[in-house]
Ligand binder design. Structure first.
Ligand SMILES: CC(C)(COP(=O)(O)OP(=O)(O)OC[C@H]1O[C@@H](n2cnc3c(N)ncnc32)[C@H](O)[C@@H]1OP(=O)(O)O)[C@@H](O)C(=O)NCCC(=O)NCCS
Length: 190
């Protein structure tokens, strides 16, 4: 592959900052998780399409754990960078932080990984440029993502293997210490 097919991480780094306005609040007065997810999807798209030079779609999101609530009036910043590239997919890491402008306290609310797939003009997955890793952190993130992808693959296999139909008695055994009551009439489940 020619060097021209590679692009440095720094060229597609993207940050968005948005004020959390009252219409973003849920019934508890905090910001809806969905508002943050939508912003994360936008920044992931911006970062991925800058690297790929094409339109991209979101293929999957590797876990979103909200570590702290976000308040109306805070400034939320999302920092995105390409952590890994495959053939047609790329993984964008997003770090989300929320700042109270009066106290200047900054909370880290989550870090998530969006897998985006580049599309050509015929809406088919398109090859993305390789990644030039210029810092130790960039190398570490690339390798961590390789490992995370491997774990996800194994996890998917395990989940698929437990999706096979089971006798109800086997479920009863698994559920006996859980907080549920099985009220079926005993037919096979699948
Ligand atoms: C994502 C999508 C393009 C994958 O299609 P596909 O037929 O599985 O394509 P391929 O098998 O050629 O995979 C393309 C790449 O996506 C990756 N990929 C596919 N599904 C994935 C998933 N669930 N998670 C992570 N990566 C995935 C593959 O590993 C492959 O990566 P690589 O080329 O770097 O090796 C397709 O499922 C799609 O269009 N989904 C809808 C996406 C969308 O509309 N998102 C917006 C939300 S509404």
């Amino acid at each position: 592959m020619e060097h021209a097919d590679f692009r440095p991480v720094r060229e597609s780094k993207t940050t968005i900052t948005e004020l959390m306005i009252p219409s973003y609040a849920n019934f508890g007065g905090k910001v809806h998780g969905g508002i943050l997810l939508s912003l994360m999807d936008k920044v992931a798209y911006a970062c991925a399409s800058k690297h790929a030079g094409t339109y991209c779609v979101t293929a999957s999101i590797d876990s979103v754990d909200f570590l702290a609530p976000v308040e109306v009036g805070e400034l939320v910043s999302m920092k995105a960078s390409v952590n890994y590239v495959g053939h047609t997919s790329l993984v964008v890491g997003i770090r989300v932080a929320s700042e109270n402008v009066k106290t200047r306290v900054v909370k880290h609310t989550n870090t998530s990984y969006f897998t985006m797939v580049a599309f050509d003009d015929d809406h088919k997955p398109a090859k993305v440029p390789g990644l030039i890793l210029e810092t130790r952190d960039e190398v570490r993130r690339f390798v961590e993502t390789m490992k995370r992808r491997e774990l996800s693959k194994q996890n998917r296999k395990t989940v698929n293997s437990i999706k096979k139909p089971m006798q109800l008695e086997s479920y009863n055994e698994l559920l006996k210490t859980e907080r549920c009551l099985v009220k079926t009439t005993g037919e096979h489940m699948g």
